[in-house]
Design a binder for this molecule. Structure first.
Ligand SMILES: Nc1ncnc2c1ncn2[C@@H]1O[C@H](COP(=O)(O)OP(=O)(O)O)[C@@H](O)[C@H]1O
Ligand SMILES: [Mg+2]
Length: 276
């Protein structure tokens, strides 16, 4: 089943040129999709269009079978599409972690009992249970983003969008957030869209969509995208380090296939070492 279907989407902000101009994209249920693209290419705009915070100038957006242009569907769509933003400090609404996580479900009129079970689930899934009574302001960036994800999980969305949610975190905080999201995707079958410019996050995804010049230029598995240097550069990204190492070794005459993965590169290096 397609949970998101976007056809010929056009969008411009008032009094400015087009940001999206004929964009097409399909996201399947349970998929883990990365969206990459240069700064100001329209990635955040696309996220806001998907959950009905912005209205398309032209084109179709269907989310979970609902027309995202119709006002009567906004509530259902926003409940089912959770967005985690870049800055964890702007997403906290309460000073104590537990209060922050229950804020969402309380606001959509969920019963007390159900809230309690959702709180438990959200805290455990994100590994934030141990600091449920802590001041949110005392937490690290990675911990805060996990609390932000817990707050969204408590609403039980079907689709989770991370809009550069790890860009303000240190490598450890980023790894914490990626691990939680991967687990939700794998175990809860949650559809995840991650907007990112980090290679290690893109590597984890099923597919990568490249946003360029107002359209999705290509959708393909990470390795296929990584092999296309020109495409990567249009997305403002570089090849992962292991691919650069492969290139370098090849240029030195070492026999490594063009399509080598990280694991294959490692295997080749071990074999080379054993031959010595
Ligand atoms: N609220 C807004 N009003 C007018 N222009 C905007 C607004 N938000 C973003 N833009 C412009 O739209 C373009 C796409 O922005 P954005 O979607 O934030 O890109 P990205 O997330 O890829 O960096 C940029 O040129 C940006 O300046
Ligand atoms: Mg953005």
């Amino acid at each position: 089943m397609n949970v998101i279907e976007i056809k010929d989407l056009h969008f411009s902000y008032k009094d400015s040129g087009p940001v999206l101009s004929g964009l097409n994209l399909t996201v399947k249920e349970g998929e883990f999709l990365a969206v990459i693209g240069k700064n100001a290419s329209g990635k955040s705009t696309l996220a806001r269009l998907i959950n009905g915070l912005l209205e398309p100038t032209q084109g179709e957006i269907t989310v979970l079978g609902l027309d995202a242009k119709k006002q009567e569907n906004f509530y259902e769509i926003r409940k089912n599409v959770g967005i985690v933003f870049q800055n964890p400090d702007n997403q906290m609404v309460a000073s104590i972690v537990e209060d922050d996580v229950v804020f969402g479900p309380e606001n959509i009129g969920i019963s007390r009992e159900e809230i309690k079970s959702r709180l438990d689930f959200a805290l455990k899934e994100t590994g934030t249970y141990e600091f449920k009574d802590s001041m949110a302001s005392r937490l690290s960036g990675g911990q805060k983003q996990r609390v932000a994800i817990a707050g969204i999980l408590a609403i039980k969305p079907k689709i989770l969008i991370l809009d550069e949610s790890t860009s303000m975190l240190d490598p450890r905080g980023r790894a914490e957030v990626i691990d939680v999201v991967k687990k939700l995707n794998r175990e809860e079958k949650m559809t995840v869209i991650t907007i990112t410019h980090y290679m290690d996050e893109v590597t984890e995804c099923d597919k990568v969509a490249v946003l360029n010049n107002g359209v999705i230029e290509r959708v393909a598995p990470p390795m296929e995208i990584f092999r296309d240097k020109d495409l990567l550069s249009r997305a403002g990204m570089e090849q992962p380090v292991f691919m650069k190492i492969c290139d370098k070794l090849q240029s030195l005459g070492v026999d490594i296939p063009d399509s080598a993965t990280k694991e294959q590169l490692l295997q080749n290096i071990i074999e080379l070492k054993n031959k010595q």
